[in-house]
Design a binder for this molecule. Structure first.
Ligand code: PEP
Ligand code: MN
Length: 346
């Protein structure tokens, strides 16, 4: 539930509302806004009787949040969240951020080649996993902390920001030291202790949709992060399980406008995992921008045939370079813009 204060409400009116909510056994979250303060009510299961609150001085209206997720919902916060990243980059505003790079950090030469290639093509953020959540325990598991060091090196050398995955709560401090955005992968979307831990990391979180998760489950997972005090969550559509074997996953483009309607959080699209096929990535990347995605996550490898993970879905640098001007045109057509690299901003 949300208690909307009148624009001329005084601090003591807000305080009285907070105390009334706490006396009812719930938690009160005052949120000062430009026009007026709202006070969120959390900790309630089911409907709260708002009658007592609407009678208090300075209260304009009491709104029931009908969704099971609260803080991530548009009912709770009408304006879209714009996440600020180092170098003046933003996610969730007019700019569409392109995150690109190999699935995994495999070594210095591979990572730097990929980083330079995606930067030259116009990406703003380098993606690559140092810790890899692999379906098989016998597959390449990533370079771990050595991989994080290579990512830090690539960041210094190219100025690209870094998004990289964390796979367990113990790794959050290491990853947060290097990453500008911490990725929680599809397999961990419902790992609640990890979600709580990244909620206290102080870094923006890229939360990928689970392989069989509903949109509501994705939003509830994001709620865990916000509930720990971290408002900077970027959702990611990366495809869901289907019965068709033509693609690795079914890339659910409709989730983009659905999430935008239900939540103020930004959502980006990952056509690489979404399709599992490099030949489908450019068309689905274009479609995702057209559908309103706030960013793209694209796997690009200097030589996909030698990749230690996800080579079949990785673009070659020249394919990625061809994609960039196409998505620029599409972004412009819908009143948006593919972001310029960090530092290129005034
Ligand atoms: C990845 O981004 O390389 C990855 C492991 O993705 P997902 O969690 O979506 O499978
Ligand atoms: Mn991958």
């Amino acid at each position: 539930m949300l208690v909307v204060m009148r624009h001329d409400a005084r601090a003591e009116n807000v305080q009285a509302v907070v105390e009334a909510i706490e006396a009812m056994g719930y938690q009160a979250l005052p949120m000062p806004g430009r026009q007026r303060t709202t006070v969120g009510v959390v900790g309630n299961e089911g409907r709260v009787d708002g009658g007592r609150l609407s009678a208090l001085d300075g209260v304009q209206e009491v709104i029931h949040v009908s969704q099971p997720y609260k803080r991530v919902s548009r009912e709770w916060k009408a304006e879209s969240t714009v996440i600020r990243l180092p170098g003046g980059l933003t996610i969730g505003g007019d700019d569409v951020q392109v995150m690109a790079g190999p699935c995994s950090v495999e070594g210095e030469a591979q990572l730097l080649q990929a980083a330079h290639a995606v930067k030259e093509a116009g990406a703003t953020i380098l993606r690559a996993g140092a810790f890899k959540p692999r379906s098989s325990p016998y597959s390449f598991q990533g370079l771990g902390r050595a991989g994080l060091e290579l990512l830090a090196h690539a960041r210094r050398e190219t100025g690209l920001l870094i998004v990289t995955e964390v796979v367990d709560p113990e790794g959050v401090d290491w990853v947060a030291e290097v990453a500008d955005i911490i990725q929680v992968g599809a397999r961990n979307m419902q790992n609640y202790s990890l979600l709580r831990r990244v909620g206290r990391s102080g870094k923006p979180v890229l939360l990928k949709r689970g392989i069989a998760a509903t949109i509501q489950e994705l939003l509830l997972a994001a709620e865990y992060v916000l509930a720990e005090g971290n408002p900077d969550v970027i959702l990611c559509e990366r495809g869901i399980r289907s019965y068709d074997t033509q693609t690795r996953n079914l890339f659910d483009l409709s989730s983009i406008p659905i999430v935008h309607a239900l939540s103020h959080l930004p959502i980006i699209a990952d056509p690489s995992h979404g399709t599992g096929r490099s030949d489908l990535v450019p068309s689905m990347a274009r479609a995702a921008v057209a559908a309103g995605a706030d960013g793209l996550l694209v796997e690009v490898h200097p030589s996909p045939e030698r990749a230690l993970s996800d080579g079949v879905q990785s673009l070659r640098p020249e394919q990625f370079e061809r994609l960039m001007p196409e998505i620029r045109l599409i972004a412009e057509a819908i009143g948006r813009r593919i972001a310029e690299p960090a530092g290129a901003h005034p």
